[in-house]
Ligand binder design. Structure first.
Ligand code: SAM
Ligand code: SF4
Length: 326
């Protein structure tokens, strides 16, 4: 459907948990879960909500968290979503720690693609950034995903003075592996407010200086706002998600569903539409279906025109990124 600014909204990020097995310093360093399981949407509620979203034209879903694979039964959810008529793609964002373990189940469920977050290739730095010594598990998962033929992207968030010196090493994963490496600018959400990122303008200038032959990659790589470039001879592409220095709100096609059942129209603002009262009202049949669709329609229509990350004092979202799903 179209929102109030005429943008087509066809993509929903679905967070299935606020819990995580890592403690990334810019996301959830404390690891504290703020909600009880009762407050979290059941898988049945998630499928019902996604089916209602499909009726409004949303076709593509990204399963995220917290760490989605830390919630038992995640592959079963994906299998159920893939069976909903009208669903085109179900993909996942994961830290990769448990991906190798669950890969056979996820492939059997019909997962279409995976994004794996990886901010460093240095084991000590990995522990400093994520609070856990688990780089080996993530690297094994990347290879397992590639060997299985699953479309794979790597998400990198650079932090000044922490891992920004690794931009070239991380990008080079795309030289010999069939994957895209995407650089996401640090957003002033949650703990990210206290961490200085690197502008993708600066990063792109570094790429251009190192690879004068770099070229724009116009092919479509997914549902997101990334801009891609190709380095001749490399297997994968390099993407830039520049929420701060390359505002892409005019073409934004997404809304978010938090694990607590709140429809979140824009990452920047705290405003949400609470769907749990509708889902738990005890109604059934057409009345229930219509109430859920109406709540979603209202939230999607009211999606704000643009974020305000360039003015951090105007950002009204106070949740951590792990509670929202990135
Ligand atoms: N646990 C999964 C993972 O790490 O991919 C999924 C959830 S995580 C919140 C999704 C993405 O958000 C990760 O790539 C993470 O690096 C990114 N992220 C977290 N906080 C961020 C921030 N403040 N700014 C930009 N990206 C952020
Ligand atoms: Fe967990 Fe992902 Fe947040 Fe890291 S970025 S703490 S892996 S939810």
């Amino acid at each position: 459907m179209l929102d109030q600014f005429g943008r087509t909204i066809d993509y929903m990020r679905v967070s299935i948990t606020d819990r995580c097995n890592l403690r990334c310093r810019y996301c959830m360093p404390d690891g504290i879960s703020l909600v009880s399981m009762r407050e979290i949407m059941t898988y049945e509620e998630i499928v019902e909500t996604c089916a209602a979203a499909v009726r409004l034209g949303i076709r593509n879903f990204k399963i995220t968290g917290g760490e989605p694979l830390s919630r038992l039964g995640c592959a079963g959810l994906i299998a159920s979503l893939k069976k909903v008529t009208g669903v085109e793609q179900v993909t996942m964002t994961t830290n990769g720690v448990l991906l190798k373990k669950y890969l056979p189940e996820l492939l059997a469920a019909g997962l279409d693609a995976v994004n794996i977050s990886l901010d460093t290739l240095d084991p000590a730095k990995f522990e400093r950034i994520t609070g856990r010594n688990m780089l080996g598990e993530v690297l094994d998962s990347i290879d397992a995903a590639l060997n299985s033929g699953l479309r794979t992207k790597i998400n990198v968030v650079l932090q000044q003075g922490v891992n920004d010196d690794e931009w070239f090493r991380l990008a080079s994963l795309a030289e010999y592996k069939m994957l895209d490496v995407r650089f996401i600018e640090m957003m002033p959400i949650g703990y990210g407010k206290n961490v200085t990122g690197i502008s993708n303008d600066i990063l792109r200038a570094r790429f251009s200086a190192s690879f004068p032959e770099i070229e724009i990659d116009p092919s479509v790589h997914g549902n997101g706002p990334a801009e891609y470039v190709r380095i001749p001879g490399w297997m994968g592409s390099i993407g830039f998600i520049s929420a701060i220095h390359g505002k892409f709100c005019g073409s934004c096609s997404r809304v978010r569903l938090t694990s607590r059942g709140r429809l979140k129209p824009c990452l920047c603002y705290g405003e949400t539409i609470d769907l749990l009262p509708v889902l738990r009202a005890g109604t059934a049949g057409t009345e229930r279906k219509e109430a859920l669709t109406a709540a979603l329609r209202e939230g999607i229509f009211r999606k704000p025109g643009q974020h305000c990350f360039e003015n951090p004092e105007m950002v009204t979202e106070t949740a951590r990124m792990a509670d929202i799903g990135g």
